[in-house]
Structures are given as structure tokens and as C-alpha cells.
Design a binder for this molecule. Structure first.
Ligand code: SF4
Length: 116
């Protein structure tokens, strides 16, 4: 069954760009409104174990119809995840990046909602 989900990426949690928001509350707000089928948080998707995460998570699945990654700029995400998506056989068109850096909890929720 086609599923839509949001993965938050937070630059290891050490970058000040993510300190104005409660990352758990961002995802809980989306869950409460049942806007997505799954959510997750990864500390650093652009690291090599981020590639492994995508491979394990996405390989061989057609179930994910839309994968929103909330973190850094969408163009940066596209470049950084391209090889891992290709390796996993995941159609890159299903990935939607949304920049939530320097946002409050409410702003991040709205930014993500706008691309769902
Ligand atoms: S993918 Fe973007 S948000 Fe995630 S750790 Fe790398 S630079 Fe930060």
C-alpha cells in the first residue's frame, strides 16, 4: 500500500539551526493530525551510514509514494542522497526536500505541511 512519510535530519543535533524547534513535537503534530503514515529522525543522513540507512530502509520497496526529508536545503539533499537512492532503486522523484533550518516548531510544522 502506498505510504507517505517524513524523516527529519538534524545535523547531529549539534547545529544551532535546529535548536529553536522541538523536533519531537514537529513530528508529533504531523502524527496527531494523521497527515503521514510514518515518521523518523536521523542524526546525519549525508554521512556514510546515512547512505546505508536509505539502502536498508528503501531497498526493494514500492510502498513509499512520497518521502519528505525535512532538514537542509532541498537542492543539497538531492545531491547528497542521489547515489544512495539509486543504489536502493528508489525513484528520486518521490523525494521531496524541505528546508526547516532556523525555524521554530510551528514554522517547521507549517513548512512540512506545505509539501505533503
Ligand atoms: S543531510 Fe542536511 S540536515 Fe542532514 S546532516 Fe546532512 S547537512 Fe545536515
Amino acid at each position: 500500500m502506498a505510504k507517505k512519510g517524513v524523516i527529519l535530519c538534524v545535523c547531529q543535533g549539534t547545529c544551532p539551526s535546529f535548536h529553536q524547534m522541538n523536533i519531537f513535537e514537529v513530528l508529533n503534530a504531523l502524527r496527531r493530525e494523521k497527515l503521514v503514515d510514518f515518521v523518523g529522525i536521523h542524526p546525519q543522513l549525508c554521512a556514510s551510514d546515512g547512505d546505508v540507512f536509505w539502502e536498508v530502509f528503501l531497498k526493494g520497496t514500492d510502498d513509499v509514494e512520497k518521502l519528505v526529508v525535512a532538514g537542509c536545503h532541498a537542492d543539497m539533499q538531492k545531491k547528497m542522497f542521489r547515489d544512495a537512492f539509486e543504489k536502493a532503486g528508489f525513484a528520486k522523484e518521490k523525494h521531496v526536500g524541505v528546508d526547516i533550518r532556523n525555524m521554530t516548531t510551528e514554522q517547521a510544522i507549517e513548512a512540512i505541511k506545505s509539501v505533503l
